[in-house]
Design a protein. Structure first.
Length: 152
């Protein structure tokens, strides 16, 4: 299971088809980032045959730019549009990953998308997990996509 390539492929597909935004992966981070400042994170949990989390994290200005492109409107503050958009982006990423992990799509279920945002927060998933966190560069700015899969 190549978590890195799965994350890159899913992210590029979602951003290029749904937002019309080209994203370029950077080398995966050597250490998992769990503390965020002035940021927005959208998350979806995986359950069933494969347990874990997929999340997208972006600084406020990048989150507003991505949301504006996604919704086709100007976004000037972190509001419900931004948090909903980041939950939906995480949901689309999770849907892509789910189909790679389980072609039938029957053995893995997805949680309801959730989000967190603020001046200072911490995001943590299962302790014993394979993980990858990849920075992506785009015209909107840099953001992170994280995939964690619980070790069997």
């Amino acid at each position: 299971m190549d978590l890195e390539q799965m994350t890159i492929d899913s992210t590029q597909e979602v951003f290029e088809t749904m937002i019309m935004l080209e994203v370029t992966p950077q080398p995966p981070l050597p250490v998992l980032v769990s503390n965020f400042t002035d940021s927005v994170s959208g998350m979806v949990g995986l359950a069933g045959g494969c347990k874990g989390l997929i999340a997208i994290h972006a600084p406020d200005d990048v989150a507003m730019d991505i949301t504006g492109r996604f919704l086709g409107m100007v976004v000037e503050e972190i509001n419900e549009d931004v948090t909903d958009a980041f939950g939906e982006l995480a949901n689309m990423l999770a849907g892509n990953v789910k189909m790679v992990l389980d072609e039938s799509g029957k053995d893995i279920t997805l949680s309801v998308p959730s989000y967190v945002y603020g001046a200072d927060y911490h995001v943590e998933c299962t302790a014993e997990a394979y993980w990858v966190m990849i920075p992506f560069e785009s015209d909107a700015g840099e953001f992170l996509v994280q995939l964690q899969i619980e070790k069997a």
